[in-house]
Design a protein around this ligand. Structure first.
Ligand SMILES: Nc1ncnc2c1ncn2[C@@H]1O[C@H](COP(=O)(O)OP(=O)(O)OP(=O)(O)O)[C@@H](O)[C@H]1O
Length: 369
């Protein structure tokens, strides 16, 4: 019965925004553990993303919060209440899925009203709340249409209206934009952000699309193999990845293996016998990886011969990316990516050219290995 409704909230219980605390959450399908001791704190009113590759456990975690799937161990606190073991419809959460699953034989108005009718709200209240929900998603003029008379984006907005109309304390969105075409997704994510801000409702958004998470969410949790790899604001996680998985998953990264040494009190990253890079700040000595975005490296032009702190290399190819040109540079037996701003009419560096690279000051992260 919930298939088309996909909301598990109770009517008229919204109150203030609800924080979510997850403690040591573990969940298995049969003998396969897919959530492995998840700890998370999601603030009241926060727009939070679960981001990770396919199979990392994002949907399973979201569904566990909603009360679907096998019973996990650990705690899920919605406000002060541990909801583990509680039936989905008693949790006061609303969930929107990738497939909108609207009732095709019902108008937009009837679809949105359905959850309130099921909860036996008075007719006048239903009329008012449905009108408000449709205004919220900008579809009040479409109330008498059937789903087949709407675009994909409009249908998804009906699905959102149908969920928020029951005033859940927590809104769970499982890849809600992935059925839409690229342009509509960009538009819809802004609409979604505006809606979330207006409602002030604690919201979790599941996606494998880092751009989607980064553009609309306050904070993200990066998941891999049922484990939270890192939590933080999108720019922080991008700039300061906790490990090489996060660095690779959030954009393109050069991961250079070498070691940190301290010489005369100054830290230095030794790539090989020809290349060492001075480091800012203090780091422990030992095996390490230097994680650098392609924009974190630049060409040290103009110097004759090798310059201290630079890395000699040879360009092996390049790609035109619009605003930038991405160069493939061989350094020893490894290859790195270097992005250089494209200037109109500027010459492209040719394959085979010998170059010196340096780290842009302040760029890069050292990860112990
Ligand atoms: N009903 C199920 N029975 C058995 N295994 C399942 C079931 N649902 C999910 N899994 C497994 O649990 C793991 C996590 O799946 P989940 O759907 O949570 O990943 P996800 O990160 O949401 O991936 P996607 O982005 O592809 O939806 C996967 O290995 C998946 O095969």
């Amino acid at each position: 019965m919930l298939q088309a409704i996909e909301t598990t909230g109770q009517s008229g219980t919204s109150g203030g925004a609800t924080p979510i605390r997850i403690r040591n959450l573990t969940l298995s399908f049969g003998t396969t553990k897919v959530l492995k001791g998840i700890d998370l704190d999601i603030g009241a009113g926060e727009f939070f993303a679960f981001l990770g590759p396919s199979g990392s456990g994002k949907s399973t975690l979201l569904r566990a919060i909603a009360g679907f799937g096998p019973r996990p161990s650990g705690e899920i606190l919605l406000g002060e209440r541990n909801v583990i073991g509680l039936q989905p419809w008693k949790r006061d959460v609303g969930m929107v899925f990738q497939s909108y699953a609207l009732w095709p034989h019902m108008t937009v108005r009837q679809n949105v009203a359905y959850g309130l009718e099921e909860r036996r709200r008075p007719a006048e209240e239903i009329r008012r709340r449905v009108r408000e929900a449709l205004e919220l998603v900008g579809l009040d003029a479409y109330a008498d249409r059937y789903p087949s008379q709407l675009s994909g984006g409009q249908q998804q907005r009906v699905a959102l209206a149908r969920t928020v109309v029951i005033e859940p304390k927590v809104l769970l969105l499982d890849e809600p934009l992935s059925n839409l075409d690229a342009n509509l997704r960009v538009q819809m994510r802004q609409d979604l952000l505006a809606l979330q801000r207006r409602l002030g409702i604690t919201t979790i958004f599941v996606t494998h699309d880092q751009e989607e998470a980064n553009t609309i969410c306050d904070r993200i949790a990066v998941l891999s193999d049922g484990v939270v790899q890192q939590v933080g604001e999108p720019d922080h996680v991008y700039d300061q990845p906790a490990n090489s998985f996060v660095a690779r998953f959030l954009g393109t990264a050069n991961i250079l293996d070498g070691r940190v040494i301290v010489r005369d009190g100054a830290c230095c990253f030794v790539l090989d016998e020809r290349s060492s890079i001075p480091l800012q700040g203090t780091h422990g000595e030992g095996e390490a990886s230097f994680v650098l975005r392609p924009r974190g490296l630049e060409f040290a032009d103009g110097g004759a011969g090798e310059i201290a702190g630079t890395i000699p290399g040879t360009i092996s190819g390049s790609e035109f990316l619009g605003d930038t040109i991405r160069y493939f540079v061989e350094i020893g037996d490894r290859s790195v990516l270097v992005d250089e701003v494209h200037r109109r009419g500027g010459d492209r560096r040719a394959a085979g050219t010998r170059v010196m690279l340096r780290v842009v000051p302040g760029q890069g992260v050292i990860l112990a290995r």
